[in-house]
Design a protein around this ligand. Structure first.
Ligand code: NCD
Length: 320
């Protein structure tokens, strides 16, 4: 809505959510509290918090769970959606319309826009283009995916009661994976968190983020192999190698399943209280035998919390 990223500072009303950089600890706590209240309200019953509100889901990149999760969150809050998936194939974008024009048009139809885009920075551009309504980033290229980090953080807090003093592994595509880019930013708002980074050499966390967090609250430690995972981690966060970001698919083939989460690895390097997480979709990097492990929450708690956290966020941004 404005030209620079507005910090949330505990006031969510009508704010864009483009990056976790807009959050401070207090705002995260407020969102988590609102989310917990929503869970208690029993959201199976349709609420009226977004009654009369129309929200555009503008997804330039394929999505099933983030799209479904936002759609469900909006409808459970009593709002309705305009669903616009793959506009590059079906809309005026094919005819060459700019992102800014698309946003300005949909601003007339709706009270907020939730957007996923294949370009890093597109969410910020959309937020700048929208003068009257908030834009929520549902993933911008290899940039960020703030609502995913918020749901991951909520899930960890639910389990461990805090986000301070946690130890975790981030594994897979740390270069292009936007979920980890947002998650690291989120942990930086808390104290004494150590994240062990496990990725193929050519998919290491971008240098810029390594530098930025070198002297910060969050301690980033690169580890070369699975064997280096400390046994006392609170969580392992596995991710998919982002095929769509590779120019050369041969390079993708070489690294796509370099690190696989197996029951054997969990047995060898895990502990009984840890959580096994993944933002999904998985494409071979988690052995399906892990699914029945009670510590595996990627197909259950994490997904469910995705909907609840988005309900909480939408209530704070658009609710009366
Ligand atoms: C993630 C994304 O889109 O960045 N998916 C999701 O929203 N849950 C992760 C991925 O696609 O690998």
């Amino acid at each position: 809505m404005m030209n620079e990223l507005l910090p949330i500072k505990n006031i969510f009303k009508n704010k864009d959510v483009v990056s976790i950089d807009q959050f401070d600890r207090r705002s995260v706590d407020r969102l988590f509290k609102t989310t917990s209240e929503i869970i208690k309200l029993n959201p199976r019953k349709k609420l009226e918090i977004l009654k009369g509100r129309v929200i555009t889901l503008l997804f330039f990149e394929p999505s099933s769970r983030t799209f479904g999760s936002f759609s469900s969150a909006i409808k459970r809050l009593g709002g309705i959606t305009i669903d616009y998936q793959n506009p590059n194939q079906t809309s005026s974008a094919v005819k060459g319309e700019t992102l800014s024009d698309t946003i300005k048009v949909f601003e007339n139809y709706s009270d907020a826009i939730v957007m996923r885009h294949y370009e890093m920075g597109a969410a910020k551009r959309a937020a700048d283009a929208a003068l009257f309504i908030p834009v929520i980033n549902a993933g911008d290229g290899s940039g960020e995916h703030p609502t995913q980090a918020l749901l991951d953080g909520f899930t960890l807090k639910q389990e461990f009661g805090k986000l301070d003093e946690l130890k975790g592994v981030l594994a897979g595509d740390l270069l292009y994976g936007r979920t980890v880019h947002s998650l690291i930013r989120l942990f930086n708002l808390f104290n004494n968190v150590t994240l062990y980074l496990l990725s193929p050499k050519n998919l290491r966390l971008p240098e810029e983020l390594m530098k930025r967090f070198a002297k910060s609250n969050v301690k980033l430690v690169e580890i070369p192999t699975e064997k280096d995972i400390p046994k006392d981690c609170h969580f392992w966060y596995w991710t998919r190698v982002q095929k769509e970001r590779f120019k050369d698919l041969k390079e993708y083939e070489k690294v796509k399943t370099r690190f696989i989460l197996t029951p054997e690895l969990v047995k060898e390097r895990g502990n009984k209280n840890m959580l096994l997480m993944h933002p999904l979709p998985r494409v071979g990097e988690i052995d399906e035998r892990v699914d029945s492990d009670p510590r595996a929450i990627y197909l259950s708690k994490q997904v469910k919390n995705g909907m609840y956290v988005r309900m909480g966020l939408l209530q704070l941004i658009l609710g009366k």
